[in-house]
Design a protein around this ligand. Structure first.
Ligand SMILES: Nc1ncnc2c1ncn2[C@@H]1O[C@H](COP(=O)(O)OP(=O)(O)OP(=O)(O)O)[C@@H](O)[C@H]1O
Ligand SMILES: [Mg+2]
Length: 376
């Protein structure tokens, strides 16, 4: 095979109303997945993101076929796979702990899936050589897992998953055993490989930065349910729920009261000012109490120049982080997180300093679903 070529035809994955309950020794009955529905487009890279225990692995394992749902349907393309055994689904699965066979060489680990299908040895050698090349491990055929670094072992696991030319590629926290630098390198490689193979991929992580870096779209989960699905940009700039606003990136959540609603924007009173924020879909009634989500980089601090637009603030903390400086600033009765690009002497506001706080009148987005936040 030519492993570098696009796979035959990418297929979509549809999860419809899937639920799964477990009886847990300590927690009793656990609703690990509650009515989960999502559509992954052919060739799309979709990530399930959420805190520990929210049901990501359970959902992925049902898509793989390692668990069967109590309710709901899973389809690959037009085929209902809900009750199809794992080995008939045409999936490649990459686990957190690599799950390589320690007593087998790299070649035999990668060849395993082809050998059990009874492929001819010449074909197997060619295919294994191709995928090892693809993951940057050409020449490693005779090595054993114990002789390799974590990053190399995870590349073997990736090669093993793609060598069978799966219809769908599934990843469960594949990078969490690697150090920070390698994680960034490997996530870029996984992303590039998935695009090159044009294969539909589902990826699980609890790391929001990793999710943003690899995904076409992200499904944020909490307590067994999908809270929101969208591109990283949409979830970051226009979250609809408090949970997503807090889980994706950092957020200032300030109390806001709705004053008036127009087609394109909503007028609110927040941070001692009348503000006009973009409207996304249905709008709350005037008088409603909501939260305004303002990202730290949308706020700036400067000398207290008395400009009428600026709010008066007092610097509480300053953290220099190289390319950026983070501040917390007491302002209008709340503490705001502010992030600025480093700009030499211009960013040296020390704790206790009086500053002017600039929040653009149209900064932020209104969140009306404030029922649940991210627990600390
Ligand atoms: N086989 C099982 N038996 C009993 N309870 C289970 C089982 N598998 C998962 N659970 C429970 O279901 C819930 C969801 O677990 P799951 O592994 O899907 O979470 P997760 O989002 O992958 O978390 P993490 O980020 O920690 O891996 C948890 O409360 C977990 O304890
Ligand atoms: Mg998990």
């Amino acid at each position: 095979m030519n492993a570098g070529a696009a796979h035959a035809e990418a297929i979509g994955v549809a999860v419809a109303g899937v639920s799964k309950r477990f009886t847990h020794a300590v927690k009793g009955v656990v609703h690990a997945a509650r009515d989960v529905s999502l559509d992954v487009a052919p060739g799309e890279f979709l990530t399930l993101l959420g805190p520990s225990g929210c049901g990501k692995t359970t959902t992925l394992r049902m898509i793989a076929g390692f668990e069967s749902p109590d309710e709901g349907r899973i389809t690959f393309g037009s085929q209902d796979v809900t009750h199809l055994p794992v080995n008939q689904r045409g999936i490649g699965f990459v686990f957190q702990n690599y799950a390589l066979f320690p007593h087998l060489s790299v070649f035999d680990n990668v060849a395993y899936g082809l050998a059990v299908r009874g492929q001819a040895s010449g074909e197997i050698s060619r295919a294994v050589g191709d995928v090892l090349q693809l993951v940057g491990l050409a020449g490693y055929e005779r090595q054993f897992p114990a002789q390799m670094s974590g990053g190399e072992q995870q590349r073997v696991a990736l090669a093993r998953a793609i060598v069978i030319r799966p219809r769908v590629l599934l990843f469960d926290e594949p990078l969490s055993n690697l150090d920070a630098r390698l994680r960034v390198q490997m996530r870029d490689e996984i992303r590039a490989l998935q695009k090159r193979l044009a294969i539909t991929a589902l990826y699980v992580t609890h790391d929001q930065e990793e999710a943003m870096a690899v995904s076409d779209r992200i499904a944020v989960m909490n307590r067994g349910s999908i809270v929101e699905i969208g591109t990283a940009e949409a979830l970051y700039h226009a979250p609809r729920t408090r949970f997503v606003a807090e889980f994706i990136g950092r957020a200032n959540l300030v109390a806001a009261r709705v004053l008036a609603v127009a087609d394109e924007h909503i007028e609110v009173e927040a941070l001692d000012r009348r503000r006009r924020v973009p409207r996304h879909g249905a709008a709350p009634n005037p008088g409603t109490s909501c939260l305004l989500v303002i990202r730290p980089e949308a706020i700036d601090v400067g000398d207290p120049d008395g400009a009428s637009e600026a709010l008066a603030g007092t610097v509480r903390t300053r953290t220099f982080l190289g390319e950026k400086v983070e501040y917390t600033v007491a302002c209008a009765g709340v503490t705001l997180q502010v992030v600025r690009h480093s700009r030499g002497a211009g960013d040296a506001f020390v704790p206790g300093a009086q500053v002017g706080v600039h929040v653009a009148p149209d900064a932020g987005t209104l969140v009306t679903d404030i029922s649940e936040g991210v627990s600390p």
